[in-house]
Ligand binder design. Structure first.
Ligand SMILES: O=c1[nH]cnc2c1ncn2[C@@H]1O[C@H](CO)[C@@H](O)[C@H]1O
Ligand SMILES: [Zn+2]
Length: 387
């Protein structure tokens, strides 16, 4: 274990970051398994191609293999997790543990995505996959509640952008809407697989009043973001980090936004930013240089996300710790990101508002008052009373 780095001023500590109510919009179910669960499930299903069956080494292996500098290589690691998620029991377990792990990390609302078409090899139907995952999420929510933590999980159904099942998956998402599914997404290698290949799926979704996000502007730049928004009509951008290519920072500190960047900011298009994942796929060089710093300053609708907790050896708290260290963020910044994310969620407006007013704001207020009392206690303790 590394020791907690010293953080200046009123920077929140590791424990406060974990306890702060957080909202997660971009997390892949098949990218968040516990290493020990991968080993267990491989044993139970007879999958013998894991690089190692030692959970600790396996965790390390995923992290290192994903640390390749390219999205394509990063995605290769999913062959192992997807391979052990082909039965109903496996899907229920992985989804249950996901909900429990997020709750333990202080996440109060999450949208977790996966591609149903990748879980059919054991003979399950698309519907059975969706129902198994939903059962797992609900079990996990109940287990978390019994442990004193409240989390709400909604599913996003992903279609793989290199495949040709997006309309079918979009229809599936529509059918399971209000039954645990809150939206749709496309994922997979970005270069060479433009979102416009899936226009029929997006048009269907829009006509049926559904929400969707698109992985765009991660490994590929502005044209991908432009297509996702202006051709496909995405509600949010998965990553969207390359919008930075349309922002010019001048030497005197002034900033000029290109038309697309201005559109994204003006329309409050949510950016599902995933710092650690971006470092691994080469989309950013370091936390300190990650575009999230500038995007937050310019008041884009930026949110903080994990992408793949297993491959990036991360949690939402750890993502925030990195940002606190790199940019000196405070609890106010964390609250800003969390409210941004909650505003951008795909559940109904009144439920989002209730989460913001009844869970997020009171949660941060309590943490801030803790901090205030500690400050007062330490100042009065160190001063000598006069008279
Ligand atoms: O950052 C990413 N960019 C693009 N695709 C991804 C990323 N992370 C995961 N997946 C892909 O999404 C599938 C469904 O969850 C995963 O199997 C993986 O292939
Ligand atoms: Zn992703």
């Amino acid at each position: 274990m590394t020791s907690q780095p010293a953080r200046p001023g009123n920077a929140p500590g590791r424990d406060q970051i974990r306890r702060a109510p957080k909202v997660l919009l971009h997390d892949h179910l098949d990218g968040g398994l516990r290493p020990a669960t991968v080993v267990d499930l491989a044993r139970a299903t007879g999958y013998d191609r894991l690089p190692t069956t030692d959970p600790e080494k396996l965790g390390l292996w995923f992290r290192e293999a994903a640390d390749s500098g390219s999205l394509e290589r990063y995605l290769e690691t999913f062959s192992h997790t997807v391979a052990v998620m082909q039965t109903r029991d496996a899907l229920v377990r992985v989804a249950r543990e996901c909900a429990e792990d997020l709750a333990a990390d202080g996440v109060v609302y999450a949208e977790v995505r996966y591609a149903p078409e990748q879980h059919l090899e054991g003979g399950l139907s698309l519907e059975e996959v969706v129902e198994a995952v939903d059962e797992g999420f609900r079990e996990g929510e109940r287990a978390a509640l019994a442990a004193g933590r409240r989390v709400r999980i909604g599913a996003l159904l992903t279609a793989m952008r290199h495949a040709a099942r997006s309309l079918e998956i979009a229809e599936l998402a529509d059918r399971y809407r209000d039954a645990g599914v809150v939206g749709f997404d496309i994922a997979g290698a970005e270069a060479g697989h433009p979102p416009t290949r899936h226009l029929d799926a997006f048009e269907f979704l829009k006509r049926a009043d559904n929400h969707f996000t698109i992985h765009a502007g991660e490994a590929f730049g502005l044209p991908s973001i432009w297509q996702a928004l202006q051709w496909c009509g995405a509600d949010r951008l998965g990553h969207g980090v390359r919008i930075i290519d349309d922002i010019e920072v001048h030497e005197d500190g002034t900033v000029a936004l290109g038309r697309l960047a201005a559109y994204v900011r003006d329309k409050r298009i949510p950016l599902e930013l995933c710092p650690s994942s971006n470092l691994q796929t080469g989309a950013a060089a370091s936390y300190a240089e990650h575009p999230i710093g500038l995007l937050r300053r310019l008041h884009f609708r930026a949110t903080v996300n994990t992408d793949n907790r297993l491959m990036s050896h991360t949690t939402l708290s750890r993502e925030f710790e990195h940002l606190v260290d790199a940019f000196g963020y405070t609890l106010d910044d964390m609250q800003w990101f969390s409210v941004n994310a909650m505003k951008s969620a795909f559940i109904p407006f009144d439920e989002r508002l209730a989460m913001i007013n009844d869970v997020i704001k009171p949660g941060y207020a309590a943490l801030k008052s803790e901090w205030l009392f500690r400050q007062t206690a330490s100042t009065s303790g160190s001063s000598t009373p006069e008279g």
